[in-house]
Design a protein around this ligand. Structure first.
Ligand SMILES: [Zn+2]
Length: 55
């Protein structure tokens, strides 16, 4: 019985998929965060500097 020989590729694939999913989630979160920061939530105008200035 070579259980470890069957487990190694399975673990590698599982960790690879988990790593890819984590990367995708981080990129999606960064995109949403950047988009939310770009536009003002109160007036809807684009924020060029740090803050909009409409408040
Ligand atoms: Zn504004």
């Amino acid at each position: 019985m070579t259980t470890s020989a069957q487990l190694v590729p399975l673990l590698t694939a599982t960790s690879g998929v988990a790593f890819l999913m984590m990367l995708a989630g981080v990129q999606k979160n960064a995109l949403e965060w950047r988009r939310r920061k770009r536009s003002c939530p109160s007036c809807g105008h684009r924020i060029h500097g740090r803050t909009c200035g409409c408040t």
